[in-house]
Design a protein around this ligand. Structure first.
Ligand SMILES: Nc1ncnc2c1ncn2[C@@H]1O[C@H](COP(=O)(O)OP(=O)(O)OP(=O)(O)O)[C@@H](O)[C@H]1O
Length: 634
């Protein structure tokens, strides 16, 4: 029958195709077309059906590996798979056959079928011979194309140009799915459809050959006896030869395709390599340009370096000349130094010999000293023994002394305790006395306050006494005759008790020959410096009490002003009024230092011919001081 079903191929259809093929090939294969995968697996799993199929299609192909059925089903399956692998067909794994999907087994068997059918070899003829003959319907043959055109299309059979291109290969394949012996029973419309459609274009070669063989078998069967066996044999051989040539051609085309594909891959890889090379060449060009630039830069640098090198060469030549000169100088210096060194060496050798002699003497002296020191050591050892004996005696004495001292310390401790007790009693007594002293001190403070009051009163009274004595006092000191002066020619006639002095004038007669002067006091010629100062001394105390005091000497030249104010010498008895006044000033200020603080300033001024000079100034120009002059003149 012809399957004009849906053009879509389902796995069930592929399985049915295999079942159909195996049913035609193997007499014992009796599975129905709608058998399941598991039913097909159960039939094929021991591998014997597979091996038998291969042997049927290609007798002797399992020689060497076949050897009959094996008890191990896996071995049979592996033998079949080895044949499939040798043919370059898609195989399957034993595990798929045992428990996996049956699709790979189905596809493998269909590929085997197509491959063997395309080969149209001996196996196919055998296969065809064993299949039951079917009646073949007369098929009109359309016009055939040229063999070259057939080759371009990849198939040998002719196609009419008006065939519909919409029919797919599966559809065309189904168009040629016949049960044998039915070609003659096909309706004319169906045959016309087969011829008009493009089924021939898309049908597998095996199907087409099957049609040819089927029609041939049917025709021979129908014309049994009419066609001679020779013709039948010839016809079969011609068909086989055609199948054989087609298979060779297909194989050749496949080989060509594979060669072209290999070349194409090779050319593609070459194109890729060339593209890479072109890209690389561009990069290399850029790199070469960059390198060229770098080389130029390097060249300019090298030129500069060469110039610098030449300059360095010149400089080095000069330095070399300098160095040679230096070397020459150094050689000369070395010669001088070597001469000096030789001289020095000779001197040192001389000194060394002297030192050796000296050291020999010193060694002898040292040996002598060593001998002496040994003797001394012996003496010292003897003396130390004596000393140690003496020290042991002293130690005994010291021990007895220490024992006595310990006893003494005990006594001292007892005494110290008693002293502590006494000290404690004394402390208590002192405390009482200190408290009494505090009370006495308070009394003294009160007394001192009273004393200060009394003292202030006393000062006040003292200064009042000074004022009563007179704010201005004039004393007269009579200078004795100087050596060489006539002692009889004195003008002092009388010196009274109350400051009167009578001066005689021999050039005048009577009353006019005498004149009386009155002073606060008259110091006669025998009066000492201390006696003169004793009348002035209270005024110094008035100065420290805050009163202004002025003491000055007045008299003609040589009358004794300097003698009275400064004194004739440096001894304390010779001190004049100035020295004594200053001495009292500092004495009283020291006594009062806890109560008062005094500052003392000194000026030495000379007034001569109405010129005032500061005698303490080092600057001669500054000595003249008009301020004093103004002061004194007013
Ligand atoms: N009281 C004296 N006792 C002994 N000698 C005196 C006495 N007074 C003055 N002389 C002597 O008289 C001399 C004159 O005295 P001094 O130089 O003191 O006088 P002067 O007044 O300072 O004179 P001038 O104004 O010239 O300086 C000196 O030799 C001095 O020793």
């Amino acid at each position: 029958f012809v399957c004009f079903g849906d053009i879509q191929t389902f796995p069930d259809d592929r399985r049915a195709e295999v079942i159909d093929w195996l049913g035609g090939l193997l007499p014992e294969f009796d599975l129905p077309l709608d058998s399941s995968d598991e039913e097909l697996r159960e039939y094929l799993i021991d591998g014997t059906a597979l091996c038998y199929t291969a042997d049927k299609l290609m007798p002797g192909v399992l020689e060497g590996v076949w050897g009959g059925y094996a008890s191990d089903h896996r071995s049979n399956v592996k033998k079949f798979l080895s044949v499939i692998a040798e043919m370059g067909l898609p195989g399957f794994s034993v595990k798929d056959l045992e428990e996996g999907s049956m699709s790979s087994i189905v596809e493998c068997l269909l590929a085997l079928r197509d491959n063997v059918s395309a080969g149209l070899g001996e196996n196919m003829s055998n296969y065809a011979a064993k299949t039951p003959s079917r009646p073949v319907a007369p098929v009109s043959t359309p016009g055939r194309r040229s063999p070259g055109e057939d080759r371009r299309r990849g198939l040998w059979d002719a196609k009419s140009p008006q065939r519909s291109p919409l029919l797919s290969g599966q559809k065309a394949n189904e168009v040629f799915q016949f049960k044998r012996g039915q070609y003659t029973d096909l309706p004319a419309a169906k045959i016309s459809e087969m011829i008009q459609s493009n089924s021939l274009d898309n049908a597998p070669t095996q199907s087409l050959l099957r049609v040819v063989n089927g029609i041939l078998d049917e025709s021979i069967e129908r014309k049994r006896g009419e066609i001679p066996h020779r013709v039948v044999y010839l016809l079969r051989n011609v068909v086989q030869e055609i199948e054989h040539r087609i298979s060779i051609q297909a194989e050749h085309i496949r080989n060509q395709n594979s060669i072209i594909k290999t070349r194409e891959d090779k050319y593609r890889s070459k194109i890729k390599a060339l593209e890479t090379l072109v890209n690389g060449t561009n990069e290399e060009n850029e790199m070469a340009i960059n390198r060229l630039e770098l080389v130029k830069v390097e060249k300019s640098k090298i030129d500069e370096r060469r110039k610098i090198g030449e300059q360095d060469m010149v400089r080095l030549m000069r330095e070399k000349e300098n160095a040679e000169n230096t070397v020459t100088n150094l050689q000369q210096e070395i010669q001088v130094m070597s001469r000096m060194f030789e001289e020095y060496r000779e001197q040192m050798e001389e000194k060394t010999s002297q030192m050796e002699e000296h050291l020999t003497l010193r060694a002898k002296e040292a040996e002598f000293l060593l001998t002496q020191s040994k003797k001394r050591v012996e003496e010292v050892e003897t003396a130390s023994e004596l000393q140690s004996q003496l020290w042991s005696k002293k130690a005994n004495t010291f021990r007895s002394f220490m024992d006595n001292q310990k006893l003494s310390i005990k006594d001292i401790r007892i005494s110290s305790q008693s002293i502590k007790q006494e000290m404690f009693a004394l402390q208590m007594k002192w405390r009482d006395e200190i408290s009494n002293i505090g009370l006495d001190l308070k009394g003294l403070v009160d007394a001192a306050e009273n004393y200060h009051g009394v003292l202030a009163e006393n000062q006040k009274l003292f200064n009042e006494v000074q004022e009563l004595k007179g704010n201005i006092r004039v004393y007269c000191r009579v200078r004795p005759f100087l050596p060489g002066q006539d002692g009889k020619s004195t003008a002092v006639d009388y010196i009274g008790e109350n400051g009167e002095i009578l001066i005689s004038n021999p050039s005048k007669q009577g009353k006019d020959g005498y004149r009386m002067f009155k002073f606060n006091k008259i110091f006669n010629t025998h009066v000492s410096q201390a006696e003169v100062f004793s009348d002035i001394q209270p005024l110094i105390r008035s100065v420290l009490d805050g009163f202004n005091v002025c003491i000055f000497a007045y008299g003609q030249t040589g009358s004794g002003k300097t003698y009275t104010m400064s004194g004739p010498g440096k001894s304390k008895e010779d001190w004049g009024v100035n020295y004594r006044a200053l001495n009292d000033l500092f004495d009283i200020s020291l006594k009062r230092r806890n109560t008062f603080s005094y500052e003392v300033e000194v000026q030495m001024v000379e007034i001569y011919n109405e010129q005032v000079r500061d005698l303490l100034s080092n600057d001669i120009a500054q000595k003249r001081n008009t301020r004093y002059l103004e002061y004194f003149s007013t």
